[in-house]
Design a protein. Structure first.
Length: 487
């Protein structure tokens, strides 16, 4: 039984048994009708370079400024923080690699990972590393956008009451979800102009910040020895949590023609995430040498011309809307991949309702910056090993996946494995998460981190253990499905 239903759409073609098929013209005319079903070759279109603006628009955002500034607040000098920003953002190379199966399989990441975990095992994977984490990131980013919007409301002379805050959060979520509901074609069409607008605004911000930057900034007293390495490790994990959260990058490459070069898919995806993330995080770090980044939204405005401040605040909101539209889109697909027979449009709205509830809690009950730090650091425990298993599978299969086989959820299907679970993927992920949990030093201190004096090695430990375990198990147990699939 297929776990997705097509959206009714004027002009849609007939729906065959076991899946949905709609005309490309219909999809372009309005709401995307495809969910996690296979994208037919007749509906493939586009060029890999379009992926650059998709990822660039999503990464010129307020959260990147906050995270960049947080590195200096943690005690790093400016140049140490900038080095950590570059190293942490190199993980966009993995995000690019994870986008490779999209054109080959014609399926989103939420379906491709059936090759890793089996049909049933993948439902658990999507429930946790897909849906739950996506909704948490949606909530954090929505909270970030809301704080900027509250300032706009205040500048307009309106009282920023609890009711007004709730209304602002709902309004921003509604705009975001509208993009997620309309789907892939809307994202590709809108994100190039959004990238251009945001780049122009943040260029002005960057120039203003650089004028006040203390390039020789060193905290007093400077970190040394074990304390320095512990902070560098924690900061790298904090930056890396951004690209690692996009284990769903194939969601946005699956409409490309099957013959699209894998290097182009990986390269444009990685570049679209890396360049803006390094620049915006870098601006945040530079700003932290001149103003108090504990309150970044207010402090940054003191460096800007008065006329430009509302533009800056609007850009913060727009950038977060672009980021969250991708997140809500993937979260909707993840909810389908869990096994719920729910239309993609409805699944996106469900995700939004949950995220709004979490956002209101983060803004009205808990401390926002604490929430950001805790969630980003803890997600590394899951996202690092999950990314490692996925990337290793792509390399072992040489990027070849059987789209129709992945769409087959029956016990006789090629990716059913044993009882619906691929032991190789399940065991490797468990081993990686265990290694991360033992090595973490964030909201709690694991035994390995304690033995090392607080140095947090959760990220490298999880990546290396999960990847090595999967490679060994894959080789010994076999993929239990054709390795080549479709060429």
């Amino acid at each position: 039984m297929a776990s997705t239903l097509p959206d009714p759409h004027p002009g849609a073609g007939p729906t065959p048994a076991g899946g949905a098929s709609v005309s490309g013209a219909a999809e372009r005319a309005g709401v995307e009708a495809h969910g996690i079903d296979l994208i037919p070759d007749s509906e493939r279109r586009g060029r890999p370079r379009e992926l650059f603006s998709v990822w660039a628009a999503a990464n010129v955002n307020y959260l990147s400024l906050v995270v960049g500034g947080a590195l200096v607040l943690m005690g790093l000098s400016l140049w140490q923080a900038l080095a950590v920003i570059v190293v942490g953002n190199l993980f966009w190379l993995l995000t690019g690699l994870l986008a490779v199966p999209g054109p080959v399989a014609g399926a989103p990441s939420e379906v491709v990972t059936r090759a890793l975990y089996g049909v049933r095992g993948n439902r658990v994977n999507n429930a946790v590393t897909g849906w739950l984490i996506s909704v948490c990131y949606f909530a954090l980013n929505l909270a970030a956008a809301a704080t900027a919007a509250f300032s706009l409301v205040d500048r307009a002379g309106l009282p920023v009451t609890t009711a007004v805050k709730a209304a602002v959060v709902v309004l921003i979520a509604a705009v975001t979800l509208a993009i997620g509901v309309y789907g892939h074609a809307a994202i590709v069409r809108l994100y190039l102009p959004i990238t251009l607008v945001l780049s122009a605004v943040f260029a002005v911000v960057g120039v203003a910040v650089l004028r006040h930057t203390d390039f020789g900034y060193t905290p007093g007293p400077p970190l040394t020895g074990r304390d320095l390495w512990a902070t560098v490790a924690a900061g790298t994990a904090l930056i890396a949590s951004g690209p690692l959260s996009y284990t769903t990058s194939a969601d946005f490459s699956r409409y490309l023609p099957r013959t699209t070069p894998a290097k182009a898919v990986a390269g444009w995806t990685a570049l679209g995430g890396f360049v803006p993330s390094v620049l915006v995080c870098g601006v945040g770090a530079c700003a932290a040498t001149a103003v108090d980044m504990n309150d970044p939204e207010t402090s940054l405005q003191t460096l800007l011309p008065g006329w430009f401040r509302p533009v800056f605040l609007l850009a913060l909101v727009l950038g977060t809307v672009a980021l969250n539209a991708l997140t809500s889109y993937s979260a909707g697909l993840a909810l389908q991949a869990v096994g719920l027979r729910i239309r993609r449009t409805l699944s996106v709205l469900v995700d939004g309702a949950v995220a709004v509830s979490l956002t209101l809690y983060a803004l009205l009950v808990s401390d926002f910056l604490d929430a950001v730090g805790d969630v980003l650091q803890l997600t590394v425990l899951l996202l690092g090993p999950s990314t490692a298993v996925y990337a290793t599978d792509i390399l072992l299969r040489r990027g070849r996946y059987d789209g129709p086989g992945l769409a087959d959820e029956s016990p006789g299907g090629p990716f059913w494995y044993t009882g619906g679970v691929n032991r190789s993927g399940a065991l490797a992920l468990t081993a990686g998460v265990t290694a991360s949990a033992l090595s973490v030093d964030s909201v709690y201190t694991g035994p390995v981190a304690a033995a090392l004096g607080g140095v947090d090695l959760a990220l490298p430990a999880g990546l290396l253990v999960a990847s090595a375990a999967y490679a060994v198990l894959f080789t010994r147990l076999g993929p239990a499905a054709p390795r080549t699939g479709q060429p």
